[in-house]
Design a protein around this ligand. Structure first.
Ligand SMILES: C[S@@+](CC[C@H](N)C(=O)[O-])C[C@H]1O[C@@H](n2cnc3c(N)ncnc32)[C@H](O)[C@@H]1O
Ligand code: SF4
Length: 389
């Protein structure tokens, strides 16, 4: 490990000695969805016990007190209750503010929810994607509309979130309106609604290149984005991140850690961690391949990346702008970079005027900026790349 001296020079690091967030990755799915490029394995025989042993080794390697826990996937509710019974013996969740588990609708039962709650889980994220039968087929999901609705009814008195996707091939405005009607009907405390992206490694990516499927026009996507804004905000959910809405007090505490540069540890295949070590900032990534993850030691499965000053500044801007604004006085204190001067002094600012604005000590995304956030990040990345810092 070498030191970059990143956090010196009068910079204030408010995160040192803080509790950490914990992400637990469960990399197993029943079927690979066509749009998905996540690190998952479709196996007849899931090596639950070997995987659990490795997770436990990782947890004891870190031996930390956790602020939030998020069990994601993959499909966490595909593995047995016994797996979680054993895992939670190594996770003290008594005073943890938020313990979330992701659920795929087709496996949800009342018994399962009650079991997770008995372990200390207090938040559920349900992967609906769409309530439209045709849409579920296009996306290659393993569940149907009835299973989605059954799971929603089972969760209706819990602290839960819906995961939806919009802008998938063939989706029409009236199909989106139907999804928005269901959101209104259930009025979930939290909603993640992602614009479909064509990720390298997903079937959709290949099929689009070969011309087998077509992406929607930008114009339709913009119309969809506006419809979502109008309809969801009427339901009492407020956008607090590029793809996330919540009722007051129901923002995801775990995801907020990512968007405020808080330290977190990820365990399981391909899981990422981000933490501060003396005057360095470390990002680490676990081995992605299940077989290698299982056969190597905890130290061997981790690739550590000590951030350069430029990495750190870019990462911080990228993750914190996701919650739609940054206090640039704080940013200056924590990085030494003055965002106000950086953007205003740059020739590119004219092209970004519609996307970002400055008010008091905040830089924030306009509505157009939320849709075009990637352009803002790209300009920022280029400025930082060419800057002496
Ligand atoms: C990795 S998945 C895990 C949750 C669960 N396995 C499921 O699919 O319901 C987390 C969420 O990311 C979103 N997602 C995954 N791939 C995406 C893509 N290519 N474009 C947009 N959203 C995507 C989906 O909404 C999904 O629910
Ligand atoms: S979207 Fe979810 S269920 Fe589908 S393959 Fe990816 S992780 Fe598995």
């Amino acid at each position: 490990m070498y030191h970059t001296g990143l956090m010196t020079e009068n910079m204030k690091n408010p995160f040192i000695n803080k509790e950490y967030g914990l992400y637990v990755h469960i990399p197993f799915c029943a079927k690979k969805c066509f749009y998905c490029a996540f690190n998952v394995n479709i196996l007849k025989n899931i090596p639950e016990s070997d995987y659990l042993d490795k997770l436990i080794q990782e947890l004891s390697f870190y031996n930390k007190k956790w602020k939030t826990v998020y069990i994601g996937g993959g499909t966490p509710n595909l593995v047995t209750n016994d797996f979680y019974l054993k895992l939670f013996k190594h996770l003290d969740v008594t005073n943890i503010e938020e313990v979330t588990i992701e659920l795929n609708p087709e496996f949800v039962t009342k018994k399962q929810i009650d079991f997770y709650k008995s372990l200390g889980v207090n938040r559920f994220s349900l992967g609906i994607q769409t309530f439209n039968e045709n849409g579920l087929t296009v996306l290659g999901r393993n569940h149907n509309k009835k299973q989605a609705l059954d799971a929603c009814f089972l969760l209706k008195n819990e602290n839960y979130s819906f995961d939806l996707i919009y802008g998938y091939p063939t989706q029409t405005i009236s199909e989106l309106k139907m999804d928005l009607e269901f959101i209104k009907k259930f009025s979930p405390p939290h909603l993640s609604i992602y614009n479909l992206s064509y990720e390298k490694g997903a079937f959709f990516y290949k099929w689009r290149k070969k011309g087998k499927i077509q992406a929607l026009d930008d114009e339709i996507e913009l119309k969809m984005y506006n419809l979502i804004n109008e309809s969801v905000e009427k339901t009492g959910l407020k956008r607090y991140e590029i793809s996330n809405f919540a009722k007051v007090g129901y923002e995801s505490k775990h995801n907020m850690l990512y968007w405020t540069s808080y330290p977190y540890i990820g365990v399981g295949t391909g899981a990422h961690s981000y933490y501060y070590d003396k005057d360095t900032v470390v990002r680490s990534e676990n081995e992605k391949k299940l077989r290698n993850y299982l056969s190597n030691s905890v130290k061997e499965i981790k690739t550590l990346n000590i951030l350069t000053k430029k990495d750190y500044v870019f990462d911080k801007f990228y993750s914190e702008m996701r919650k739609l604004y940054i206090n640039y006085d704080d940013f200056l204190l924590q990085t030494g970079v003055n965002l106000f001067n950086l953007f205003k002094d740059n020739n590119n600012y004219e092209s970004l005027r519609k996307f970002i604005e400055f008010r008091e000590n905040l830089i924030y995304f306009t509505d157009m900026g939320v849709i075009n956030s990637d352009s803002v990040f790209e300009v920022f990345y280029n400025i930082i790349e060419n800057m002496e810092i």
